[in-house]
Write a protein that binds this ligand. Sequence first.
Ligand code: GLY
Ligand code: MN
Ligand code: MN
Length: 359
Amino acid sequence: MNFKRRIGRVAEYLVENGFDGMICTNPESVFYLTNAPFVTGSAGKALYISKDGKASLVVSSLDFEEACDRSEGAEIVKMDMGEPLFERLRKVAGGAEKVGFEDDFVTVRSYGALKKKFSLTEIGTAIEKMREVKDPEELERIETALGASDRAAAKTISNLRDGMTEIEAASELEYHMRREGGEALAFETIVASGPRAVYPHGMPSKRRASGGEAVVFDFGVKASGYCSDTSRTFFFGQPRDEMVKVYDIVLEAQNAAISAARAGITGKELDGVARAVIEGHGYGKFFVHGTGHGVGIAVHEGPSVNSRNEGQLVPGNVVTIEPGIYIPKVGGVRIEDMIVITEGGNRNLTRFRKDRIVV
Ligand code: GLY
Ligand code: MN
Ligand code: MN
């Protein structure tokens, strides 16, 4: 990947907006700009980018070797033991005064320390915006992640049994996701059965799924730092008529939105396509979330496919299409694929089957 080019684009942004430099502390954006691995839980790490396009990755001794081995396009600066990050950033930034920072990724305490050293201005989501358009190599990584989760799902369904617990089902799926090449889970696997399936983010429990209940599985892995995100709903035993109907409506809504997705449609319009199908069948109040979201280094990123996004989708956006119907005390269904927007329409990146599966 061309990290120098990405850093160059940030530098152009800094010049255009009158910044001398910026401090990047969102670990996903640091990864996007330098290929340096995420170091979760490590406070001592930041990327400084000057308006001249020089990138300096400031790390503790703990992360130094890995940062040197993995990062591209940035010099690696090792802090002295016990040296506060903001002190080193001040040295790295030379005479810079007006410096941007990512307000979503700086604690109140760090802000207090940094503002004694710099004239700080919030930079908002400029880098997140750049990440919304994927290049071919990013798409390849996303497809690798999806390949692992698709194959894992195929292997898992033959091992699902009426009467097994949600945790047992999740562990089966997670085992296969690792075996198929997932380097990490993209998020905590969701398995929610029967009345619990109305929790869109329901964590697997000891509840046993049976008696024709719908069970929502939502799962994904990372490959070379990029995420997959898939939902499928399986029936444990022969389903009741109402849930069969709900399944078919969700699938109809999802297919309608996938057919409508193309460059130029807004997130709001695309959300409206899925919502109209569900509303048309009288289930509108049970579709309690947006239709989709961008996926990349983060499992949830821009652009959103919901009623608040009036921006148009563009080629290279990778978004989920994941309508759902959740009827309290009864059950829920969600079906989720990932698509990439192209000039003339889109390409569905998820291959796993969507017909009604009864285990
Ligand atoms: N995996 C969470 C979601 O689909 O948004
Ligand atoms: Mn999902
Ligand atoms: Mn999703």
